[in-house]
Design a protein around this ligand. Structure first.
Ligand SMILES: Nc1ncnc2c1ncn2[C@@H]1O[C@H](COP(=O)(O)OP(=O)(O)OP(=O)(O)O)[C@@H](O)[C@H]1O
Ligand SMILES: [Mg+2]
Length: 244
């Protein structure tokens, strides 16, 4: 999948959350990581790529076609994507399985039997079969996030967008969710991931975009950005966050 942004900006009041960002990624980029300081624009950039926000100026192009700006057409774009956020956003009154089945029925128009079959496949793939009958409150944070990831993958998204999927988790649970995301990376899934997990970004991403104050400070292959950053800002950031 080719992802391009052309002078992409998103402005909230006086804040330039994303400020005139132009990047062009070819088909060889399967996993893109967005990194940089807090408030730098990672979530906003990710939401623009996924069609969750309309740019204030500029455009996003996927495989050469600009994302639409009108709400109905954007809803179609979102339906094709899968999303996972920091907070799990599971329905608390439904079982884990039903959290996966319900969107397949309501949003993707699958029959209940078909949706239940598909949900069974993804929970098995994500080693969650033992937990399907539990409600989110009876699951650990890591298990809830794995259910949310299974839900995001259930309709075979063209692009999976993950916004700091592990930042609300304890270290052990972080590891179990990152293991699963790494498996998805290896399986060929197209992924855009915003993360503060630098080790994971370095290992799993093909390409990295570093955002600060809404600007793209550097974008490069993961090997280049982590081993030979061009700018003093990226170099200082990496030294600080990779020190421990
Ligand atoms: N809906 C919004 N309304 C107003 N301001 C916003 C909104 N979303 C983001 N911002 C502002 O835009 C800037 C970029 O925010 P964003 O959430 O994209 O950064 P981030 O890099 O994801 O940060 P973090 O690492 O803390 O998640 C911040 O100054 C933020 O306060
Ligand atoms: Mg964010």
């Amino acid at each position: 999948m080719r992802i391009e942004t052309l002078n992409l900006s998103k402005i909230y009041g006086a804040t330039k959350a994303v400020d005139d960002v132009s990047v062009s990624l070819g088909d060889e980029v399967q996993v893109l990581a967005l990194i940089g300081p807090s408030g730098g624009g990672k979530s906003t950039f990710l939401r623009l790529l996924g069609g969750l926000e309309v740019p204030t100026a500029g455009a996003v192009k996927i495989d050469g076609s600009p994302l639409p700006r009108d709400e109905d057409a954007l809803r179609e774009v979102r339906r094709k994507n899968g999303f996972l956020f920091q907070s799990f956003n599971l329905f608390p009154h439904l079982t884990a399985l039903e959290n996966i089945v319900l969107p397949l029925v309501e949003v993707y128009g699958r029959s209940r039997a078909e949706a239940t079959g598909r949900a069974g496949e993804v929970v098995e793939r994500f080693r969650l079969t033992d937990h399907v009958k539990k409600q989110p409150g009876q699951l650990s944070g890591g298990q809830q996030q794995r259910i949310a990831l299974a839900r995001a993958m259930a309709h075979d998204p063209a692009l999976l967008l993950l916004d700091e999927p592990t930042s609300a988790l304890d270290p052990e649970m972080k590891a179990e969710v990152l293991d699963l995301i790494a498996e998805l990376c290896e399986s060929g899934q197209q992924i855009v991931l915003s993360t503060h997990e630098m080790g994971f970004a370095k290992r799993s991403a093909d390409h990295v975009v570093f955002l600060a104050e809404g600007k793209c400070v550097e974008d490069a292959s993961s090997a280049t950005l982590f081993e030979n950053p061009e700018t003093a800002m990226v170099s200082a950031f990496l030294q600080k966050v990779m020190k421990w």
